[in-house]
Design a protein around this ligand. Structure first.
Ligand code: HEM
Ligand code: CU
Length: 529
């Protein structure tokens, strides 16, 4: 037992590090999900329901937002999936800097532990995941916990970025050219470029908060010449590109799942990569003002970024068309991973179509800070991202466990979650537009018309919780009792499925795979390239 523990604690193997990211990020998801259940329970009726202290709601919401994005989605996508898959997809024995890789996962765990202090310290942080001043400076809450959590998770992702950009650029097996890379690997490449450029901006912004609160500087103090909008601009200058740090890897893994279960070549591969991924990386830093339309910005800035925001839907659209096109004339099998993959297309459609109107200043002014916004970003990022991650776990499950999960229970877990999320987040958009229900309110006596919607949303949240428990039971049961998986249970053409299940602990293959002329991860002998 001690040996096993030591082996995991001191591992530098990319597969084990990937699984450590998975365990930590799923724990963050479970806890942040519990916060959502508490919020939903409180909002299930007008008036105090499970607490009489409004600040409890602030703390739940802070932990929910921060843990879901920084503790679950980003680490699960650029930590677990990137670590486990990329070296296998490019035919490498490991990443470029294995020890740095180990350091980054333990920085991630230190960030998680610090975030958990929220439930231990007497004055928990209550600054929301956005950490806006002046409240984050003036609050008696422990803002330093928020700041250091962000810094630790930020350093972990910067180290990950350096590692994977180097690995993908220089460690591809002979014969694997840029046009033979998996879409997932390309998408993650784009995400890591954005990480390296924008994470330091967030690090700077939260450090300035700390200096204002604990050292007495005045960056955000208007009475001393400071300006709170500096922070909001810095925060969204990172956080909107961060949306693509989440979107790119999640759409990437969905591409790989859809191509495998449709037995089809990627539709318009080059347009998806160079137009889609390339376009997003180029434009990601040019749209952040759409989060600040209501802050009284001058029109020329708002209109300018309204245009860039509409423009960025073009590369996103290119990726979307390529993904849907990959289904065309495919022989589709509806296994559990594919159900998650297909559901992401549906969720993205709703999320994307409700996002385009938000780019328009005139419309956004009406729905900004209402439940319409919450519903929209849960569809386009939160839920689409989570379903991609779960789809990715189910897809790789036979590879990293060597066993199969139960297909029927897999489908039950999927449908419970799918029905649950639509029951929560679709009414959210309706109640936001029809009643103007504002976000971040722990009670809503002024909006009595919203109550019946809140009841439906709370029932939906409960269905999601049951779905997640069914999924967890299936994953744990499969690890001990699942059927043996074999190397390639899905019949995929991608390189990771040429290894054993699980792959060799060190080095992945006996010998670096030889890549034949014309090989490609999506060569199913269907349509011409
Ligand atoms: C799994 C089911 C989920 C449920 C039931 C849920 C529910 C909620 C609720 C009720 C709110 C608060 C609304 C308010 O008072 O303003 C909220 C806010 C939020 N959620 Fe979720 N959520 C879920 C998943 C996620 C996921 C996967 C993410 C990942 C990105 C996420 C990110 C956020 C963020 C960033 C906020 C805004 C926090 C803020 O206002 O500062 N949620 N969610
Ligand atoms: Cu944005």
């Amino acid at each position: 037992m001690m040996y096993v523990l030591k082996d995991w604690i001191f591992t530098t193997d990319h597969k084990k590090i990937g699984l450590l990211y998975l365990i930590g990020s799923l724990a963050a998801f479970a806890l942040a999900g519990c916060m959502a259940l508490l919020m939903r329970a409180e909002l299930s009726a007008i008036g105090p329901t499970i607490t009489t202290n409004p600040n409890d709601y602030n703390v739940w919401l802070y932990f929910h937002g921060a843990a879901m994005i920084l503790g679950f989605q980003i680490p699960a996508l650029t930590g677990f999936l990137a670590n486990y898959l990329i070296p296998l997809q490019i035919g490498a024995r490991d990443v470029a800097f294995p020890r740095v890789n180990a350091l980054s996962v333990w920085l991630f765990y230190m960030g998680i532990i610090l975030a958990l202090m929220t439930f231990v310290v007497p004055n928990p942080p209550d600054v929301m995941w956005t950490g806006y001043p002046p409240y984050s400076v003036l609050t008696p809450g422990n803002t330093a916990l928020y700041t250091f959590t962000v810094l630790l998770l930020g350093f972990a992702s910067i180290l990950g970025g350096v590692n994977f950009l180097t690995t993908i650029t220089f460690m591809r097996a002979p014969g694997i050219g840029w046009n033979q890379l998996n879409v997932f690997t390309w998408c993650t490449y784009g995400a890591f470029i954005l990480q390296l450029i924008f994470v330091p901006v967030l690090g700077t912004a939260v450090t300035m908060i700390m200096l204002d609160k604990y050292v007495g500087t005045h960056f955000f103090d208007p009475s001393a010449g400071g300006d709170v909008l500096i922070y909001q601009n810095l925060f969204w200058f990172y956080s909107h590109p961060a949306v693509y740090v989440i979107f790119l890897p999640f759409i990437g893994i969905v591409f790989d799942i859809v191509a495998t279960f449709a037995r089809n070549r990627i539709f318009n591969y080059k347009a998806a990569i160079y137009g889609g991924v390339g376009g997003i990386v180029l434009l990601a830093g040019e749209v952040w003002i759409h989060h600040l339309y209501v802050t009284g910005m001058p029109d020329w800035i708002r209109v300018g970024q309204m245009i860039t925001t509409l423009m960025i839907s073009v590369p996103v659209g290119l990726l979307f068309i390529s993904l849907v096109g990959t289904l065309y004339k495919g022989s589709i099998s509806f296994k559990t991973p594919m159900l998650y993959g297909l559901s992401v297309i549906f969720l993205m459609l709703i999320g994307g179509l409700t996002g385009i109107p938000l780019a328009l200043v005139s419309l956004d002014l009406h729905v900004s800070d209402t439940y319409f916004i919450i519903g929209h970003f849960h569809y386009v990022m939160a839920v689409a991202g989570t379903f991609s991650i779960f789809g990715g776990v189910y897809y790789l499950y036979p590879k990293f466990t060597g066993r199969m999960f139960n297909e029927t229970v897999g489908k039950i877990g999927f449908w419970l979650s799918f029905i649950g999320v639509n029951t929560v987040f679709f009414p959210m958009m309706i109640v936001g537009v029809t009643t103007g229900m504002p976000r971040r309110y722990w009670d809503y006596a002024q909006f009595p018309a919203a109550e019946s919607y809140h009841v439906v949303m709370t029932v939906g949240a409960a269905i999601i919780a049951v779905g997640f428990i069914v999924i967890l039971i299936n994953w744990i049961h499969g690890m001990f009792r699942g059927e043996k998986a074999g190397n390639n249970p899905w019949g995929s053409r991608s390189l990771e499925w040429t290894t054993t299940s699980p792959p060799l602990a060190h080095g992945n293959w006996e010998a670096v795979p030889t890549i034949e002329e014309g090989w490609g991860p999506y060569e199913y002998g269907t349509r011409k390239a």
